[in-house]
Write a protein that binds this ligand. Sequence first.
Ligand code: SOE
Length: 381
Amino acid sequence: MAKSCNVALIGQKFMGRAHSNAWGQVARFFDLPVQPVLHTIAARDLEDLQPFADRFGWRRATGNWKEIARDPEIDLVDIGTPNDLHAQQSLAMLEAGKHVACEKPLAGSLKDARVMRDAAKKAKGKTFVWFNYRRCPAVALAHQLVKAGKIGNVLHVRARYLQSWGGPAAPRVWRFEKKRAGSGAHGDLNAHIVDMARFLTGDEVAEVNGAISKTFIKERPMPDGRGKGKSDVDDAVLFLATFKKGAIASFEATRLAHGHQNRNTIELNGDKGSLSFDFEDMNVLNYIDATEDPKVCGWRRIMCTSAGNHPYAEAWWPDAHVIGYEHGFTNMAADILRAIGRKKPEVPLPDFADAYETQRVLEAALLSAKQRSAIKLSQVK
Ligand code: SOE
């Protein structure tokens, strides 16, 4: 019998649902060294809490997340709360000896992120950060192909994360409050594509060469319908960067791009070929082998659903019976449980130290925008 792992989750909104679903279905699809038990859910909205717990199968519900730190039965704490709570909650759980899986970005500020990285270094428990897009099979395959040298040396990365929900009518939820979110589209969306670029290239950013950050919408309707509230985060951030091994990159994040609802895209151009991914067509990886005979050389559309050939595919459905957004989270839950059970994850998992490197790049871009100058990563510690 595989050992069990008692999981507690903090948060019951969008990420609370995505993570609950992942913990609930992971053991049905993957052979795991450790079986998850949906032990406790903690959240603030007490009216919705018990129905939420019943719906997703959490055994216990509490309005006080601190009880989780005190509960010796809990092994792994999953944090799906707004960014300003990540540090306080992670630290309490690490001090209590638990494993921690925290939502991205690691924190709303570099200072919080640093404290989290340092606490993780000393802790007994393992840490993980939910950069879920690494676990789309197409992205995981891209990682394997780059590692196998299929596109040669990476020269150029183009990453864009465009959404459309952040226009003037969008309610002033926490994502638009600087003191809670830290930043806007930048920490929400650039965090993902910076992580993907680091993951896929296997390289680190050496310098942010220039950046623009813009807040277009300064007030938004309050969610309770009572008047307007201040919106003080960026709506769009663009920046250019250079990697240590010499590749150059552009990053673009906005929540104001009409018609691009969740267009998380990355393209890598190497000296032997290129790769291109678009989340809105998430089962597909586009690849071109530039060493082929030019008569037949062209983009290849790889449907990443073939068991035995493509990462995570054996857990799911027959060829081309495609998967969706929630499967990235379930694939990540499987890899977290493998790591806890001392088995190898399918592709590398980001821990707090890794996510801290993404946070440094985000910080360098904000500094670059503010100072209107290039920022070397060595200046951002
Ligand atoms: C909202 O912009 C959001 O939910 C992000 O916070 C997620 O990280 C992204 O995956 C989808 O969009």
